[in-house]
Design a protein around this ligand. Structure first.
Ligand SMILES: C[S@@+](CC[C@H](N)C(=O)[O-])C[C@H]1O[C@@H](n2cnc3c(N)ncnc32)[C@H](O)[C@@H]1O
Length: 257
């Protein structure tokens, strides 16, 4: 399972890399600004962004730190990050092809480790969190975001089935308590947490992951039948011949104890 999900990640994101360069939720999402404001990054910092995708978090941090390593499992994503860094004239961004669960980085060697909108792809998220804690020194910073779901287990399973039908490389979105607990167990003290809500137009969201027409119908049908406890999260709206819905994103800032 662990290796097959990682192959699916590379299959899915390899073909979608260019779309992630321009995807609004990734390139302009509110969480980028919130993380920068909560973190207050410093010019001497050495940083690493885990699962950087098209590099939006790494490129937002780059002007504020000495050096940032943008790491990802998918080569095409790193090529996209490199192109965007060049276009923006950023010279302190380095690329590293690496699995989040096994980072080839020395212990306690960084001031900041970040990871935005990617943990739901990791089959062993506790291992990834422990890796992130290992590579920053005591007092070093954690900047994290990911989608988050409700605590009710059956509703959380329904939520995850919806996301997984759209993207087979989706592994699992957890509740806020599960995510915070994971980083606390890894050795971080969580200093700030915020939950954002972001809106999607259904077809744009599905097309970014090449969803077939038949699976789109299944997804729309799932949304018509959501459990009541997911109503406040998805908040589906049917208008203009399409469907709009929301996802929640958890933003965390922490420090290594
Ligand atoms: C939605 S994109 C990330 C978005 C990006 N961090 C941003 O802020 O725009 C998810 C990324 O996670 C990467 N990924 C998934 N599993 C991974 C793993 N085990 N190790 C490293 N990268 C992984 C994928 O290759 C993909 O580029």
């Amino acid at each position: 399972m662990t290796e097959s999900i990682k192959q699916k990640v590379q299959d899915q994101f390899g073909v979608a890399a260019a779309d992630y360069a321009t995807s609004d939720v990734h390139a302009k999402g509110e969480s980028l600004g919130r993380l920068l404001a909560l973190l207050n990054p410093q010019p001497a910092w050495q940083a690493l962004d885990v699962a950087t995708g098209a590099g939006h978090m790494a490129l937002a941090l780059a002007p504020h730190v000495a050096r940032i390593v943008a790491s990802d499992l998918t080569s095409e994503m790193l090529e996209t990050t490199a192109r965007l860094a060049r276009e923006r004239g950023l010279t302190n961004v380095e690329l590293l092809r690496a699995d989040a669960e096994h980072l080839p980085v020395e212990d306690a060697s960084l001031d900041l480790v970040s990871c935005r909108l990617a943990f739901h792809h990791f089959p062993r998220p506790d291992v990834a969190a422990a890796e992130m804690a290992r590579i920053v020194w005591p007092g070093g910073w954690l900047a994290f975001t990911d989608n988050v779901t409700v605590a009710d287990r059956a509703a959380a399973d329904y939520y995850n089935a919806y996301e997984k039908l759209r993207d087979p490389s989706h592994y699992r979105v957890d509740s806020q308590a599960e995510i915070v607990g994971r980083f606390e167990r890894a050795g971080f003290e969580i200093l700030a947490s915020e939950r954002l809500s972001k809106e999607f137009e259904f077809h744009g969201w599905a097309d970014r992951q090449r969803v077939s027409p038949a699976d789109k119908e299944r997804l729309l049908d799932m949304m018509r039948r959501i459990p009541p406890v997911l109503e406040p999260l998805f908040a589906p709206r049917w208008t203009d011949g399409t469907m709009y819905f929301s996802l929640w994103e958890l933003v965390l800032v922490g420090r290594k104890r």
